[in-house]
Design a protein around this ligand. Sequence first.
Ligand SMILES: [Zn+2]
Length: 299
Amino acid sequence: MWRLGLGGGILWACLIALAACAPPATPTRVPTATPPPTLPPATETPTPAPTATATRLPTVAPTPTAFVTAPAPGSAAVVPILMYHNLVDLPGNATQLQLDWTVAPKNFDAQMSWLAQHGFHAISFAQLVAHFKQGQPLPAKPIIISFDDGWAEQYSVAFPILKKYGLRGTFFIYTNPVEHSKYVTWAQLQEMTNAGMEIGSHAQSHPHLRAVSAAEALKELSESKAVLEKRLGKPVVVFNYPFGEFNSAVTELVKRAGYECAVTLAGGYRQRADELFTLHRIRVAYPDTLDAFVKRLPP
Ligand SMILES: [Zn+2]
């Protein structure tokens, strides 16, 4: 199915990009204000000292702030999860869909710069899970910076900017188009992994998981996880529902395939231990000014 888009040039690529990101049928929650918590570097270790992974990330010294302990059962942790897709400059006649699912490289740089300057610590989903399941503390002002679909510019644009500011990103890859035009390559993903970036799964073919059979859904979930782990040598703990589409049956399959959490397109920055498979995210859009971006974050 994706082959149609790969062979067809920019128009097809754009259409596929937008189709892959069409707004979901899931409800949207409006973020509410709450003071932010605290966090450490990479991996599952809560030590404030930089880990082997974190030391590969330049600048932004880890600040020795107080750590945030895990919330009581049933209560929420404030961990914004930013969501990006395409990172390109759009023409003046861009469609609303393009505006909704794209951020200009210059704006992305300004947003990452602001996060670094204001003490945010980019964590991994593995750390978020360890926080909820084992009570491991998070560093101050934790945030997760996530990217969907594995577009080529996520390597060429986002990765260098994240490194520049010492921030970690999580990249959700659907495995079929890797190595094809407009998408990242395995070598690029390995380089990103080696530099401390986290890779999550977005299935194999970006399917409508509520519409396919349970067997087909489980294959998409399991085989994408297996190939990412085999190619990159790191456990894949997080899944991203294609099109943001899920239901209780799909979520059960995600658990059965061995994932520890999953993200949706539902808005908000409060995450709960009993919602690890329906984590909320904050979509950043093309028209967002830096001020608008900041207002979507915890105060
Ligand atoms: Zn997608």
